[in-house]
Design a protein around this ligand. Structure first.
Ligand code: AVJ
Length: 334
């Protein structure tokens, strides 16, 4: 089914697909049972993005309050020639968690004759269709897809291309979903897969006015609330859960001490439910903590990058300093 590219005309949309799920990615049931056994209860945001959740996330990116996506796209539009100069010709672009095809297209269009694009994702189906579309639209680009959990390190052994510098593209401030230690591990995993001259282009959302931050995660139209509650629907549908979603209220709070937005689902009455036969209680007012979205200052991001052996060579922000894109390279001396 996943043919290697050999034997096909070069203008044909061809995709090299590798399944590299060792160990297999996320076990939804085990993670939910573990998270519900903790105090406070918590869930991991990786499970937001089933087909329905991904569609709701697309709605979020168009909300007036959610400045993140459009601000990053605006910066990408501004810096194309700088990126092209930094990357040089023949770049190999690697995208862990290949999500928004709009952003990767902006990057590929900005670069001067990129040689290859490789997407990595734990969701093989989504990955394959996204990469197929890129292969179809960029006939001269070599396109690869690696089905793998990139939080376990970037294994690029399948990349046979030696020419051109590798650019790891990690937009969207996805780094913000990780606790500081996890963020360091992730970036350190990128760092280990890199050779001298390779680079990371990474987006980070910035610390700003608390009201503005909270509004971005608690929009008037209730789209983010639907996004949050979709996790409960998934647990009920896929894991035989019996959670009354109508008894849970979406809440976004700014945790200034940890510089993060937290999303919660708060019980409006005592709840008793089961997941796959296991029993759980939630008291009125108790929360299920579903997401952290860490925000950065120029200093906090630079110190994170430095702590794992990167130098920040360039940083680009929008005029209102809402969001920053960074160009990282392995530090000259670690
Ligand atoms: C995809 C992790 C960057 O933290 O802003 C948006 C996810 N959650 N609204 C973010 C999200 C609620 C988003 N990231």
């Amino acid at each position: 089914m996943h043919d290697r590219v050999s034997g096909r005309p070069s203008t044909h949309a061809a995709l090299a697909f590798y399944d590299d799920q060792h160990p297999p990615a996320g076990d939804f049931l085990a993670d939910v049972l573990d998270g519900f056994s903790r105090t406070p209860k918590q869930l991991t945001p990786v499970y937001f993005y089933d087909a329905k959740g991904s569609a709701i996330f697309d709605e979020i990116t168009a909300l007036p309050e959610y400045y993140v996506t459009r601000t990053e796209l605006g910066i990408l539009d501004q810096i194309g020639s700088e990126l092209s100069a930094l990357a040089g010709p023949g770049a190999v672009v690697i995208e862990p968690g290949s999500g928004s095809s709009v952003k990767i297209r902006k990057l590929l269009d900005a670069l001067s004759v990129p040689a290859a694009y490789v997407g990595l994702d734990i969701s093989g189906e989504h990955l394959e269709s996204a990469c197929q579309e890129i292969a179809a639209d960029y006939p001269d680009l070599q396109v690869g897809a690696i089905c793998a959990d990139f939080t376990q390190g970037l294994d690029l052994k399948h990349l046979t291309l030696e020419s051109g510098r590798r650019i790891i593209f990690f937009p969207g401030s996805t780094i913000g979903n990780f606790e500081p230690e996890g963020a360091r591990e992730l970036l350190s995993g990128f760092r280990k897969a890199m050779r001298p001259g390779d680079a990371v282009l990474i987006g980070a959302d910035r610390v700003k006015n608390a009201d503005r931050l909270v509004a971005a995660y608690d929009d008037k139209a209730g789209v983010t609330a639907r996004f949050n509650l979709n996790l409960i629907d998934r647990i009920n549908d896929e894991l035989g859960g019996t959670i009354d979603a109508s008894a849970l209220r979406h809440k976004a709070i700014w945790n200034a001490e940890k510089a993060r937005i937290e999303m919660h689902l708060i019980a409006i009455r005592d709840l008793h439910f089961t997941v796959s036969g296991r029993e759980f209680e939630l008291r009125e007012g108790e929360s299920i903590h579903t997401e952290n979205s860490h925000k950065f200052t120029p200093e906090s991001f630079t110190s994170l990058a430095k702590s794992v052996g990167f130098d920040v060579l360039q940083a680009w922000s929008d005029p209102a300093d809402l969001f920053t894109l960074h160009w990282l390279e392995p530090a000259a001396k670690a």
